[in-house]
Design a binder for this molecule. Structure first.
Ligand SMILES: *Cc1c(COP(=O)(O)O)cnc(C)c1O
Length: 387
């Protein structure tokens, strides 16, 4: 069945008792045993919950994996994944990394003796250089946020298989609707489902998908033992959001492409970072491994002093963190999302004080361009008046 149909039908044929077309929310934390030595399959909700199970099967199917695990946030999913590793283990990690993942690795996992090297994961020579006998996994984001660097998943996964180490992909920005890393050789996929999968800026959730029986069993053990699981109410909300994923991603991509092209022609803008643009260095790989583009991109203004008035003058587009929801949000990575990443790493990847990140919503594209255009004009006249 096509992915659009599988998304729309999440949970709708699971409930045979009443025929309800959306799956009910099971708040029960405990489940009665029929008799000694028997179980309905559900004992205690941390281990397994009926509502969460429907979500977990759905995401495993959508990502072409063997098992899915729903966590209380994207960070909880990452913490659970990193618990696969032990003291002394080393990871190779994408350079332009989500700030929270960097913080988790550098300020928490490091205390447990797990180290990481940050490299441009599209440079196989750089990966080989970072590899050592303690390296146990490679963690990639593609495209990265905010600079939209694209990594060839298949090339990295093939290299990792040769070394016998795990390939882990954070697929938050593209979702399985546009990109399925397990089909390209990855072992583990993770999501901040708070973003596109939930899609409405109203649920915090994380997902893990594993390929292979042994890895799936290991992850089941960690998920249950650590206990950072998603509650039944949020599991339901997430499934509700996912039903419209296909429609939303199509509109996010169409809006983002039109706005990125408009920005390219604007005299106050110096650069636009969006893999859908043919001028983007990752365009070819992106087109090869994904069937579409994310709805978020970044751009640089010609001067840093333009940023403050622009953020003050946008109206329809909210000045807010996060991404992937139906509402348009704009943020200033150097100050907001990436403040925890040291200046030298930030500058090495290009997250400087002229960069804005825009998570394009599903509003009408004309209204969004008008909002930007008006904010740019207001900023320009303020700056001209002040001189
Ligand atoms: C938001 C985000 C996370 C963290 O997820 P939360 O749901 O906020 O905990 C991890 N990776 C990426 C790429 C993200 O955008």
């Amino acid at each position: 069945m096509n992915i659009e149909s599988r998304l729309a039908q999440i949970g709708s044929i699971e409930e045979s008792k009443t025929g309800a077309v959306t799956f009910p929310i099971y708040h029960a934390t405990a489940y009665r045993h029929p008799k000694l030595g028997q179980s309905t399959g559900f004992d205690y909700t941390r281990t397994k919950n009926p509502t969460r199970s429907v979500l977990e099967s759905a995401i495993a199917d959508l990502e072409s994996g063997d098992a899915g695990f729903a966590c209380s946030s994207g960070m909880a999913a990452l913490q659970t994944i990193f618990a696969l590793f032990s003291q002394g283990d080393h990871l190779i990690v994408s350079l332009d990394l989500y700030g929270g993942t960097y913080r988790l690795l550098e300020q928490i996992m490091s205390r447990f003796g797990i180290t990481a090297s940050y490299v441009d994961t599209n440079d196989l020579a750089a990966i080989e250089d970072a590899y050592g006998e303690c390296t146990k996994g490679i963690f990639i984001e593609t495209p990265t946020n905010p600079l939209m660097m694209v990594t060839d998943i298949e090339a990295v996964a093939t290299w990792a298989k040769g070394k016998g180490i795990l390939t882990i992909v954070d697929n938050t920005l593209l979702t399985p609707y546009f990109q399925r890393p397990i089909e390209l050789g990855a072992d583990i996929v993770t999501h901040s489902a708070t973003k596109y999968l939930g899609g409405h800026n109203d649920v915090l959730a994380g997902l893990i998908i594993t390929k292979g029986k042994e890895l799936s069993e290991q992850m089941f053990f960690l998920h249950n033992s650590i206990g950072a699981v998603l509650g039944p109410q949020d599991s339901w909300l997430l499934m509700r959001g996912m039903k419209t994923l296909a429609l939303r991603m199509e509109r996010h991509e169409a809006n983002a492409t039109a706005i990125a092209k408009w920005l390219l022609t604007h005299p106050m803008v110096s650069d636009v970072y969006y893999p859908a643009l043919e001028t983007h260095p990752g365009h070819e790989i992106q087109s090869k491994q994904s069937s579409g583009n994310t709805g978020i991109f970044s751009f640089k203004m010609k001067e840093a002093r333009m940023i403050e008035p622009i953020l003050r003058h946008i109206r329809l587009i909210a000045f807010a963190e996060s991404l992937g929801g139906v509402e348009s949000l704009m943020t200033y990575p150097a100050v907001q999302t990436h403040a925890d990443i040291p200046l030298d790493i930030r500058e090495r990847v290009g997250v400087d004080d002229r960069l804005l990140r825009y998570s394009v919503g599903i509003e009408h594209v004309d209204d969004l361009i008008q909002d930007l255009s008006r904010a740019f004009d207001a900023a320009a006249s303020e700056l001209a008046g002040g001189e």
